[in-house]
Write a protein that binds this ligand. Structure first.
Ligand code: HEM
Length: 556
């Protein structure tokens, strides 16, 4: 009987642990909209380790100094403040905490300080919301940092005989793939060659805006701009990864592309469900099968789509070689001709990169346009910069972007500060660490709270204000090592697609600003952010795109 009574309690605990850790480490396992959760395996006893150990500050090396500098005691995790399991449960289950993770991050930072722990049953996550402490942790990283437990991703891949890609791989395997890919797309000049391909997609974006606003009675509104930017981001990233067009921005989207979008949506929109896939222990799957089934079905769809496109390109290359022709191409062609990675690894990497590169970019574009619409004066300043720099009608390329500091500032102010699409990042410590005076044992899950640091007035003056030009004023803000705002992460495990995403965003925003004055549609009420894995609009953003050619001087 006692056993029977304990059974549901244990299940419930396991479930909570996986689920809540998943939420707190938002990004981690999947980065961009995560799937499942796993237990973090930090036993409560680890908290006790090192309690009360004394450390001599480095300055206290000489006898003289020793007498003046008092010894600093390293505190144990038991001494670290933070919410308890019960209050977390109430927060998440009764107060819809899942949609407010960014706000909870701020609330907890205010209440418990810039380093705090969250306990879920026997396990814990240490959250760090201080710029300098984040810097300390990331600078101390080893050669193959780990973001979070990716067990459910690995399980799927093992089950289907698929390889891991950069997001899900760890250790030596990850290091090898990373060293191949980082040489191809990590620097702005590596991706500048994709300018023409991306610009063709931007042409279609502008046409699509024209078409959509033509469908509205006011002739200017585009409803739910994120839908448009999702298609743009997907088309853009696929043009680079698959070296082909998918037709996302056409009136009739091809069936295969629609199937892929359905698989992506299944992965993304059923965030909670897919998250449960990893949180629910394996032996419970026969009773609650849906989350795991959906998780696998969406991965099946994503892999299938990538395999079709990679195989198509592979077949073309082989045919070209057989005909004795020179093979020219981009990223995929390079991967397929050099074969520095196996074919399975190529499938896995393009699949994971496409997954990582669509919603992140589209949400950022949606927020950037929303901010422009809400701040017409700033928009006009940026428009003036674009027209003065490029002259009328010039199509911008990657080479022009360095001369458009306000366009770059717009992206940074949106992504690095007001709407960091990944409001937090994760790391599992690979050594024992002392952070903020606390001993943190090896294997602890850290949550790096980027939303809090980017909204902190200590890091950014008037932090709640939209000021793209703060990035132009070359003060402390725009430093590579400004850990108050690292939307693409930092170091050897940082975002591999950063330069691709920036290229897509810079070129699209410049062209939109050249063509349209963007305003808030009367059909939009104030849109707040919510967390759904990523920081996304909590309601549809409806905007007006007024053709610049239709604006008289007085209406400007
Ligand atoms: C606005 C757009 C984007 C944002 C904000 C973003 C952000 C991030 C962040 C924060 C990380 C984790 C970094 C870390 O742990 O230090 C990451 C990793 C990653 N991103 Fe992005 N990303 C974006 C677009 C893209 C694109 C377009 C691609 C692919 C074309 C991409 C592919 C990846 C991959 C593969 C990883 C895993 C890297 C690794 O573990 O080695 N991302 N991204």
């Amino acid at each position: 009987m006692a056993m029977l009574r304990r059974f549901p309690i244990t299940c419930w605990k396991n479930f909570q642990v996986g689920l809540l850790n998943e939420q707190l480490v938002f990004l981690s396992r999947s980065l961009h909209k995560s799937a499942a959760s796993e237990a973090l395996e930090i036993p409560a006893t680890a908290e006790e380790a090192m309690s009360g150990r004394l450390v001599q500050p480095a300055a206290a090396e000489t006898d003289d100094k020793q007498s003046t500098v008092s010894e600093t005691r390293i505190k144990s995790l038991t001494e670290m403040p933070g919410p308890n399991t019960l209050s977390n449960l109430i927060e998440f289950f009764w107060r819809d905490g899942f949609g407010r993770i960014h706000e909870i991050q701020l609330e907890h930072t205010k209440k418990y300080g810039k380093i705090f722990k969250s306990r879920f049953g026997p396990q814990l996550v240490v959250s760090i919301a201080d710029r300098d402490l984040v810097a300390e942790v990331l600078r101390a990283e080893g050669v193959a940092p780990q973001r979070a437990n990716m067990e459910s991703w690995h399980e799927y891949r093992d089950m289907r005989g698929r390889a891991t890609g950069l997001i899900s791989a760890e250790g030596e395997e990850w290091l090898q793939m990373r060293s191949v890919l980082r040489q191809l797309i990590m620097r702005p000049r590596d991706v500048a060659v994709f300018s023409d391909d991306v610009n063709k997609v931007v042409d279609d974006l502008i046409k699509r805006v024209d078409c959509l606003r033509g469908q509205q009675s006011d002739g200017t509104s585009v409803m739910n701009v994120n839908d448009l930017f999702f298609k743009y981001a997907m088309e853009g990233v696929a043009a680079i990864l698959y070296e082909c067009r998918l037709g996302c921005l056409e009136n009739n989207v091809p069936q295969k592309t629609q199937d892929y979008i359905a698989a992506l949506n299944l992965m993304f929109s059923s965030f909670k469900t897919t998250m449960y896939a990893g949180a629910i222990p394996k032996w419970l799957r026969p009773i609650i099968p849906k989350p795991w089934e959906e998780f696998c079905a969406s991965w099946d769809g994503l892999f299938k789509f990538s395999i079709i496109h990679v195989d198509n390109r592979f077949a073309e290359i082989k045919a070209q070689l057989q005909r004795g022709e020179e093979v020219k191409g981009g990223l995929l062609t390079h991967m397929l001709t050099t074969m520095e990675m196996s074919l399975e690894e190529i499938y896995a990497n393009v699949t994971e990169m496409l997954l990582a590169g669509v919603d992140t970019t589209s949400f950022t574009l949606s927020w950037a346009c929303y901010l422009l619409a809400q701040h017409p004066d700033v928009q006009e300043q940026i428009y003036a910069e674009v027209t003065q720099t490029l002259g009328p009608g010039t199509v911008p390329t990657a080479d022009n972007v360095p001369r458009l500091p306000l366009i770059r500032g717009l992206v940074k102010e949106t992504l690095s500060r007001l709407f960091p699409v990944l409001p937090g990042n994760g790391r599992i410590t690979q050594d024992d660490l002392v952070v903020g005076g606390y001993f943190i044992p090896k294997g602890t899950q850290l949550a790096l709270c980027h939303y809090s640091t980017s909204m902190d007035n200590e890091n950014f003056a008037s932090a709640s204000e939209f000021q793209p030009d703060r990035w132009v004023r070359k003060e402390a803000t725009d430093r590579v090592d400004n850990f108050g705002s690292i939307p693409f992460g930092y170091g050897i495990r940082s975002c591999i697609g950063r330069r691709i995403a920036e290229l897509e965003m810079h070129l699209a925003l410049t062209r939109l600003i050249q063509h349209f004055r963007i305003g808030v549609s009367p059909l939009t009420t104030e849109v707040k952010a919510k967390t759904h894995g990523l920081l996304c609009p909590g309601a549809p953003i409806n905007l007006q795109f007024i053709g610049r050619e239709n604006l008289t001087d007085s209406s400007l």
